[in-house]
Design a protein around this ligand. Sequence first.
Ligand code: FDA
Length: 309
Amino acid sequence: MDLGTKLFRSVLLTMAGNRAVAAVAQRYGLKLGARRFVAGETLEEVMMEVAKLNRKGISATIDHLGEGIRSMTEAEAFKQEYLKLLDCIQEHKVEAGISLKPTQMGLSLDPDAGFTHIRDIVQRARKHQVFVCIDMENSPYTDSTIGIVQKLHKEGLRNVGTVIQAYLHRSLDDVNQLTNKAVVLRLVKGAYKEPNNIAFRLKRDVDENLKQLIAARLDSGVYTAIASHDAAIIDWTCTYASERRISRQAFEFQMLYGVASPLQERLAKQGYKVRCYVPYGRKWYPYFVRRLAERPANVMFILKNWRVR
Ligand code: FDA
């Protein structure tokens, strides 16, 4: 990555956390171009999009957008939204799990209450036979997020897993520890701005680490999601699995809504399990800006389409 792109990315990631900009942006609904990455603002809209994906043989994990909340009242409201979402998944009989962010449940404000909110959601999900993935946020929350999943597993709630980010130096240890406890994991490269002393800087190093994590998981037989749009990583995974006769049912590919859709459809047609991460809700701004930061060309795409409108 050249210096200009790095700087641009860093500015976007800083903007993703800016509340004042978020408030202004969200007032304009999804008109700013976020519609490409966000399925809608309401439950009805997201159900329609998920049903469309299911018809193409692609399942979903639905994320009700919202992070960095400021009060436990907000956390309670988000929990209620997730409970409604779970009932809606059951009612519409769509093939979908859910993804949630621990800070959205109040982890940074009141860890005990945040944990209780997550447990309530996982319990309702278990009733509907739905899987819950606890997304991984930035590094101050890595230990607590892993701790929540382990605690829920100890309580017998097995329909919950989390995410491991290949850019963190610690990740192979985390993967090994969680694999021993048969925790379902999603492996990603990592989307946040992290200090140099704890994270790999170079794409080459992140990619190598991701491959190591994928290999460890596929060898273990514990169900794993490989969440990447990187064609080289996906090809590598397919080859690794086929050379070792690892069943295509033992893992799945996950990609984001609005990103690499032809690739998602092609893999599904080839008999791989594919799940699309489908976000919805009014608080779409930080999610949207992180997607732009991943690929600065997206900014040009959005600007061009905005001008035309
Ligand atoms: P990489 O960034 O190398 O991109 C490879 C290629 O993919 C690019 O060249 C481009 O063609 C395409 N591409 C990637 N991003 C794109 C975009 N936004 N728009 C258009 N094209 C794009 N992170 C995290 O820290 N915690 C989490 O919980 C999650 N959860 C999660 C779930 C799922 C289902 C996915 C797919 C990703 C995440 N992530 C995440 C994000 C992840 O860490 C990472 O930032 C992105 O997936 C981008 O990395 P890639 O692996 O796609 O590769």
